[in-house]
Design a protein around this ligand. Structure first.
Ligand SMILES: C[S@@+](CC[C@H](N)C(=O)[O-])C[C@H]1O[C@@H](n2cnc3c(N)ncnc32)[C@H](O)[C@@H]1O
Length: 277
């Protein structure tokens, strides 16, 4: 009886243990996060020498891409609530010439000084913040006037067939708590759920778009297994149960899996806003 609320809370804020964070870095980052993160950094139009906050940085994929754009004269600070994610971030090879600091902190109470960054990136994090207006006000506090906020969040499962299939397979296997957890990353149905709090936080929206990307994994079975292990409930499914879940997901994906490779469309909302002067 005690596990369900704990999982709900962990999933709501995407809190992983160290093993799940390692699976996250190995399987989810290269396939699902890196391609979107590169696009987000493009939208932010960072200049060399910029100071950038990567909020909800996870294992740091966006921070690393941003570090290459701002160069050795710039600085990135990656902030995340989850200590295991930061531990994996710190364990990775450094980006040559880059200055990246990793700090534990909450989006609603950032461990940064007022007006201390030129730009803020938030890649697949905003949907997890319980009080989005409070988070937007905090982002505005640390960002210089006129500075850019670029964020993205996935669209709902109806536009992300891989995740819709995982949700359905977990649900039909009687694992509704896990299925609920799987829904959280895809909980923003309409981008105004993100735009409204940002505007209340003191931002002017510059662009808001829904974009598409084709996800590719060379080994669909290994990827789905790694993805499930990287979930907040990943350590709770083992052995034959895990094998059955992976098998059902792969067969349910139908034509998206060919010759063992996964090619599946994905959609996300990308919003760029400027802090009011
Ligand atoms: C799906 S991961 C995305 C991580 C990273 N941005 C990436 O693209 O790989 C979501 C992250 O949001 C973080 N998070 C959730 N709630 C947070 C909060 N209130 N403050 C800071 N980070 C938070 C989680 O710890 C997790 O690392």
């Amino acid at each position: 009886m005690r596990r369900a609320p704990a999982l709900r809370d962990d999933a709501r804020r995407w809190q992983l243990d160290l093993e799940a964070a390692r699976f996250y870095q190995q399987f989810i980052v290269p396939v699902l996060l890196q391609p979107w993160a590169a696009r987000l950094v493009d939208r932010a139009t960072l200049s060399p020498g910029c100071r950038v906050l990567d909020l909800a940085c996870g294992t740091g994929v966006t921070a690393r891409i941003a570090a290459q754009r701002v160069g050795p004269g710039g600085e990135i600070v990656g902030v995340d609530l989850n200590a295991p994610m930061l531990s994996v971030a710190r364990s990775l090879d450094p980006v040559p010439g880059a200055h990246i600091r990793w700090r534990r902190g909450d989006a609603e109470d950032l461990p940064l000084l007022d007006v201390s960054v030129d730009a803020v990136l938030c890649h697949q994090g905003f949907q997890f913040f319980p009080d989005r207006v409070k988070a937007a006000l905090e982002i505005a506090r640390v960002l210089r006037p006129g500075g850019r906020l670029a964020l993205n969040v996935w669209c709902g499962p109806d536009r992300n067939p891989l995740d819709a299939k995982l949700i359905a397979v977990l649900e039909s296997g009687g694992r509704s708590a896990f299925s609920q957890a799987m829904r959280w990353p895809f909980s923003v149905q309409n981008r105004h759920e993100v735009i409204a709090p940002i505007v209340l936080g003191g931002f002017r929206v510059v662009t808001a778009e829904t974009s598409r990307l084709r996800i590719y994994a060379a080994n669909a079975t290994a990827f789905v297994h790694g993805l499930l292990r990287a979930m907040p409930f990943g350590s709770e499914i083992r052995g034959p149960d895990m094998e059955a879940l992976v098998r059902d997901t792969i067969s349910g994906l139908g034509a998206y899996v060919r010759c063992g490779e996964l090619r599946v469309p994905s959609q996300a909302h990308t919003i760029v806003a400027v802090r009011a002067l």
